[in-house]
Design a protein around this ligand. Structure first.
Ligand SMILES: Cc1ncc(COP(=O)(O)O)c(C=O)c1O
Length: 403
């Protein structure tokens, strides 16, 4: 059967499949069900804090220690917050944005965005009136030569978004040299320049061993730039994505100042959730074991994506990332056709992340990148959705699909 005939069959099949957001599947959520029993009537933290009551914006000690393990910093540098690291990133940039506006009311700040990247970072910038400048990757991570050149030329640049381990969506882990150069960036400019270090996939490996990530804050302390580093992580893809625990890591001076910024907005985050997380993920060994259980569920799904996309590579129609961690596969079409592929898939009931979503302003200048999120569907649904995607790419290319 030719590609058009297969596509016609999909049109009639009434499919309803979704490859959009990187959500844990129900089996992954079930891995953390026992967290519910960790409170069992004992709401008191190790230092005697009654977690049911008000107070403590920085969070309870044992939760800060958990954050310290994810962020690879000291617990005294960590704020344990609510259920979303994205909220903390937004709050952090809202705070810095206000300060930049006071310091320099006439300049619209700009941010460097490594592309393809995470759409919600870009949304935060748009929402806070921060203009975005794109920079590409090389195999070490972000293109540091270009970043340094841009920074030297433009004093409106105020920061950079980084997803340093198993980057969303490309899967990059930044090399040691890249981390070092990022830590030194603020020394190149007069204005404040923030490195937004979103380590959302710090422990989310798909294979037994992955390249370790160098410690940004340590390098920054040596470079004298620690006050410009803002680290984030959460348990959204460790425990419950809607009811996890988020962390922010800052120099101690910045942490105090950020706490003061948050104080008019709240009396404290949900400390009961902090306590149950700290008890459930009580040490490094428990966390590692828990992540291996995630790996066992996710790795076969990523292997299936690889297998299903292979005919595209063989036909010269696309290249794709083969991540060793994280939640995404980044697919680059050879021809500028991502928008039409996504539209073709949507028309038969397979929802894909909108073409362009991995670029600021939704604008992929080459119209070639599609982000695939294989975690949520079960294997059968994933198979079907990938078959449809491959068929749509062949259809858009007007090449017959090999049977
Ligand atoms: C890079 C990155 N950062 C942050 C998030 C969301 O984090 P949270 O659930 O902690 O707000 C995601 C979710 O997909 C992500 O990919």
């Amino acid at each position: 059967m030719d590609t058009d005939a297969i596509y016609e069959q999909y049109l009639k099949a009434g499919l309803k499949l979704d490859l959009t957001r990187g959500k844990p599947c129900p089996e992954q959520l079930a891995l953390s069900e026992a967290m519910d029993q960790t409170i069992a009537g004992n709401f008191f933290a190790e230092d005697g804090t009654d977690t049911r009551n008000y107070g403590g914006i920085l969070g309870i000690d044992e939760a800060r220690k958990l954050g310290a393990r994810l962020l690879d910093v000291d617990a005294q540098n960590v704020l344990a917050g609510g259920n979303s690291s994205l909220t903390l990133m937004y709050q952090f940039l809202l705070w810095r944005r206000q300060i930049w506006r006071q310091q320099d009311p006439n300049t619209r700040p700009k941010f460097l965005c490594v592309v393809p990247g995470y759409d919600r970072h870009f949304t935060i910038c748009e929402h806070l009136d921060i203009d975005m400048v794109t920079v590409g990757f090389n195999d070490q991570g972000p293109d540091m030569d270009r970043i340094e050149a841009l920074l030297d030329a433009d004093p409106a640049l105020r920061g950079i978004w980084c997803v340093p381990k198993h980057s969303n969506p490309t899967g990059h882990t930044y090399s040691n040299e890249t981390v070092q150069r990022l830590a030194e960036l603020p020394n190149r400019c007069q204005q404040e320049f923030v490195v937004m270090w979103d380590n959302a996939y710090a422990v989310h490996d798909l294979v037994a061993q992955t390249q370790p990530l160098a410690n940004l804050l340590k390098s920054a302390v040596q470079a004298g730039t620690a006050h410009s580093m803002a680290l984030f992580a959460s348990t959204s893809k460790i425990t419950f994505s809607g009811a996890g625990l988020a962390f922010c890591g800052l120099s101690q001076t910045q942490l105090k100042a950020f706490e003061a910024f948050l104080a008019p907005q709240m009396i404290g985050f949900d400390k009961v959730n902090q306590l149950r997380h700290a008890r459930f993920l009580k040490d490094a060994e428990t966390l590692a074991k828990h992540m291996m259980a995630h790996q066992a569920i996710l790795a076969p799904k990523f292997a299936r994506v690889h297998e299903k996309l292979q005919p595209l590579a063989e036909a010269g129609l696309a290249t794709f990332s083969q991540p060793v961690g994280g939640y995404f596969v980044s697919l680059d079409l050879t021809r500028a056709s991502a928008k039409s592929v996504v539209a073709l898939a949507n028309a038969v009931g397979v929802t894909l992340t909108p073409a362009g979503a991995t670029f600021p302003y939704g604008n992929d200048p080459d119209d070639k990148n599609i982000r695939i999120a294989p975690s949520f569907p079960d294997m059968m649904a994933l198979d079907q959705a990938l078959d449809v995607l491959v068929c749509c790419i062949f259809k858009a290319s007007e090449q017959p699909k090999p049977s």
